[in-house]
Design a protein around this ligand. Structure first.
Ligand SMILES: C[S@@+](CC[C@H](N)C(=O)[O-])C[C@H]1O[C@@H](n2cnc3c(N)ncnc32)[C@H](O)[C@@H]1O
Length: 264
């Protein structure tokens, strides 16, 4: 992004319920054992074969696209980390990328998946559990004018064993005013997800990811419920029945939230 262009704001999302995060802890509250996994083997082997599937349903994808259309910048540079063959970006982002006004960098674990992702202007294989630093290649150079304006990560933050370090490094690669958007749902590869994720409720996962961002130095942290008011919050029982049905594997749609932060 040039130093004169305006970074994305996160204010144009009033169609979805937004909850401000309030820090709950003075110091990092998590233990190393929270980030162990039942399959500690190399992630490179696990992701060696491409998976040309979608990890959230069409309803959640449509919500995420609409959200991205409202918040992502159409100029500058975006990183989709933990990326695959699909980034769920809306047509406006694709147009901006094709016009060369926007660089979309994809970073992931499988070459065939990244090669098949049409929204990406450049691709990078990188295991964030081996090396938590975001490589300088995502910004082209160390020059601030080429730093990130926004980053996205879809249903993957739960696989990272050093999320605070990754998000700290991401902050360093981001322009002032730039944003990060971590999309969260409730499906996962259980053997590869960090252990605390499997032990806590959906609400606690959202707080935990907010804690990740806070302790990495991100600010204006918010939780956006892309399931929307009709889906859950305006149910007479506050969504309790929907949450129960989901917990029994009978949910109507995949839930989808974004935990987001801004670089001050
Ligand atoms: C459930 S998939 C989601 C992929 C993609 N974001 C999407 O929505 O289709 C989880 C992704 O996390 C990424 N991932 C898992 N472990 C990783 C690691 N150690 N380092 C970097 N990325 C990792 C992989 O790229 C994998 O595709």
């Amino acid at each position: 992004m040039s130093s004169t262009s305006k970074p994305a704001t996160v204010s144009s999302t009033s169609q979805w319920p937004v909850t401000a995060y309030h820090p709950r802890h003075q110091t990092w509250p998590y233990k190393p054992s929270d980030f162990t996994r039942s399959d500690p083997s190399s992630d490179s082997s696990f992701y060696d074969a491409p998976r040309f599937v979608t990890h959230i349903d069409d309803h959640a994808i449509a919500s995420l696209r609409a959200y991205y259309a409202a918040v992502l910048p159409q100029k500058g540079r975006i990183l989709d980390f933990c990326s695959s063959w699909i980034s769920h970006y809306p047509p406006a982002i694709e147009d901006a990328m094709k016009k060369g006004e926007l660089q979309v960098v994809g970073m992931g674990m499988n070459k065939a998946e990244l090669d098949a992702n049409p929204i990406l202007s450049s691709r990078l294989l990188h295991d964030l559990n081996e090396m938590s630093e975001i490589p300088s290649a995502v910004v082209g150079s160390e020059a601030a004018s080429e730093a990130l304006d926004a980053s996205t990560c879809v249903v993957s933050i739960d696989y990272l064993t050093s999320p605070r370090e990754v998000l700290t490094s991401l902050l360093q690669r981001t322009n002032k005013g730039g944003t990060v958007h971590l999309a969260i749902s409730n499906r996962c590869f259980p053997t590869k997800v960090v252990s605390r994720w499997l032990r806590v409720s959906e609400d606690e996962r959202l707080q935990m990811v907010s804690d990740y961002l806070w302790f990495a130095g991100w600010r204006d942290i918010e939780i956006v419920n892309l399931g929307g008011k009709d889906e859950e919050d305006e149910q007479p029982d506050g969504g309790a029945l929907q949450r129960f049905m989901r917990s029994m594997g009978m949910g109507v749609h995949d839930p989808i939230w974004v935990v987001r932060g801004t670089k001050e």
